[in-house]
Design a protein around this ligand. Structure first.
Ligand code: ZN
Length: 354
């Protein structure tokens, strides 16, 4: 807000208790290895390109049939939620892999190296967004990794300073958002799981970097901060967090001060104390009502119960229902059933609360 001017509510966020997903859906077995976070493609060349488009058609159709209000392309065209975007940038050597600890050494991974100034020769995802736009009249969302999560997923042999590197990425993300908005996307969601780990950096420069990404965006913007996919390293980490996960107690007040339109967080089946939601200020909030770390499919009543808890702290007009995190590493049939549960639960919540 500048000079007291009120920012207009993005239309796609206006429906109370609208449904969406964190971003990814499992990939079909004919496209990529299944139940993997960073799978290999099964095909290559023009056949791979065609198969990706078919997978996007299915992902959008599946959400459409389930009744999801703001759909994504299921991230069917990227192998990984961070590296998919980085593959389109200059300044990164993907053959120079360096093993490093990630998310404060929660797990180790072989990470590509920053070897020069970060650049974006052309839009990374605009063609994919333009294609997805032709498939549905529903709200369309696309996810991008955030600057802090990116620098925490690379080896930096060039900037050698996380803040400097993060702002280099924030600038290319801002340019990418402009292209995606022009291609017809309604919401761009910045994924920042690292915000739940590095509180000092979040305070020092994380929010400023997030604001740099979304400044002047020609579409609605969201930030997603979670406890990660339902993979073993995260499940082990969560066991060490104790009975109460109070990370959001620190993170949410800072996100409330950012310029992003919507905050997307997890709540279902987690040990997040619901009263942390009181810190969301006047933001739209997408509350995770589907647990992605458990194959058990929630009932509509369980989804309703999660949303009713959230509604104690957040005005219903600002509330959306989402999944806790991406569903990429899950079984396809489980993910599909969870979409249905989310929509049925949100429908009941709308009857009860709206
Ligand atoms: Zn997540």
């Amino acid at each position: 807000m500048i000079g007291g001017m009120q920012r207009r509510t993005p239309a796609v966020l206006e429906r109370p208790l609208a449904t969406t997903i964190a971003g990814s859906l499992p990939k079909p077995g004919w496209l990529a290895e299944t139940e993997r976070l960073w799978p290999s493609w099964r095909l290559d060349g023009a056949v791979l390109d065609e198969a990706k488009r078919d997978a996007v058609r299915l992902a959008v159709l599946e959400q459409d049939l389930a009744g999801i209000d703001v759909v994504t392309d299921g991230e069917q065209t990227r192998r990984h939620f961070v590296h998919g975007f980085l593959e389109g940038l200059e300044g990164i050597d993907r053959t120079r892999l360096v093993r490093r600890g990630i998310r404060a050494d929660r797990y180790e991974a072989d990470c590509p190296s920053i070897v020069g100034p970060i650049g974006r020769p052309h839009s990374v995802h605009a063609d994919e967004v333009a294609f997805a736009r032709t498939l549905t009249p529903r709200g369309l969302k696309v996810t991008l990794p955030g600057p802090m999560t990116i620098v925490d997923t690379l080896h930096d042999a060039y900037y050698r300073d996380r803040r400097t590197a993060a702002f280099a990425f924030a600038d290319v993300i801002r340019a990418e958002i402009a292209d995606l908005a022009a291609a017809g996307v309604d919401v761009v969601q910045i994924d920042e799981p690292a915000f739940n780990v590095y509180f000092d950096e979040l305070e020092a420069w994380g929010i400023e970097a997030l604001d740099r990404c979304v400044s002047g965006a020609g579409c609605a913007t969201a930030v997603h901060v979670c406890y990660g996919y339902g993979i073993e390293a995260n499940v082990t980490w969560k066991r060490q967090l104790g009975l109460t996960w109070d990370q959001y107690e620190i993170v949410l007040p800072m996100l409330a001060r950012s310029t992003v339109d919507q905050i997307a967080i997890e709540l279902a089946g987690s040990r997040v104390p619901p009263d942390v939601l009181r810190h969301c200020g006047d933001k739209h909030v997408a509350v995770g009502a589907i647990d992605v770390a458990d194959d058990r499919v929630e009932s509509a009543d369980e989804v309703l119960a999660t949303l009713e808890i959230a509604a104690r702290y957040i005005p219903v007009r600002l509330l959306s229902a989402t999944t806790n995190c991406g569903m990429a590493p899950m079984r396809r049939d489980v993910a599909s059933a969870k979409l249905g549960a989310l929509v049925r639960g949100a429908h009941r919540a709308r009857e009860r609360l709206a």
